[in-house]
Design a protein around this ligand. Structure first.
Ligand SMILES: CC(C)(COP(=O)(O)OP(=O)(O)OC[C@H]1O[C@@H](n2cnc3c(N)ncnc32)[C@H](O)[C@@H]1OP(=O)(O)O)[C@@H](O)C(=O)NCCC(=O)NCCS
Length: 153
């Protein structure tokens, strides 16, 4: 597979994801090394670009709206461990899920982490290596851990 041209591998990857239950629009680019968990919950609109090494966890429902760019090595999480009890292994405590929406024309810088349940408004930019813990409005630049709005656009 490594010897095939990127474009062909990309088209094959999209075909396989659609077969696995994902909804993927036109002119979508999914790079090498992108991991998808729970393809049935994944909806990617037209003209979206997902860079190398991104993890898309769609178990809780993940929607990426048109024209968005997900920077390399980013992780979008829609399910995680529940942790109500102490003295009990976290991996025995079940899970909690929350859908994530990445708005149209959003740019997530490289290594962005988005936690379950977060909605990122259209045209917003998130700085490299940020952790997005809460919803972000549209048309802002946000950065840091936790991601905070640094200016408007
Ligand atoms: C978020 C970003 C777009 C902001 O660029 P900018 O508008 O030129 O912002 P500035 O460089 O003027 O920084 C504004 C403030 O935000 C801080 N900041 C910028 N990026 C940050 C980041 N990723 N994390 C934390 N703080 C950040 C700056 O330190 C500065 O803080 P200060 O006002 O206290 O000095 C840019 O810094 C960034 O992270 N781009 C992503 C690059 C990338 O990931 N490319 C490859 C992936 S496709």
């Amino acid at each position: 597979l490594a010897l095939l041209p990127n474009r062909l591998v990309g088209e094959l990857r999209i075909k396989l994801l659609r077969k696995a239950g994902a909804t993927i629009g036109k002119d979508v680019h999914i790079s090498r090394g992108v991991r998808v968990i729970g393809a049935r919950g994944l909806r990617i609109h037209d003209d979206v670009s997902i860079a190398k090494g991104v993890t898309l966890d769609a178990r809780g429902g993940l929607q990426i709206e048109r024209g968005a760019l997900i920077g390399f090595d980013s992780v979008l999480l829609t399910q995680t461990h529940a942790s109500p009890a102490i003295n009990v292994p976290v991996h025995h405590q079940g899970t909690v899920a929350g859908p994530v929406v990445v708005g149209a024309f959003v740019w997530l810088g490289m290594r962005t982490i988005v936690l379950p349940g977060v909605v990122i408004g259209a045209n917003t930019i998130v700085g490299a290596a940020s952790v997005v813990t809460k919803n972000l409005p549209e048309k802002v630049v946000a950065a840091g851990t936790p991601a905070r709005v640094i200016r408007g656009r």
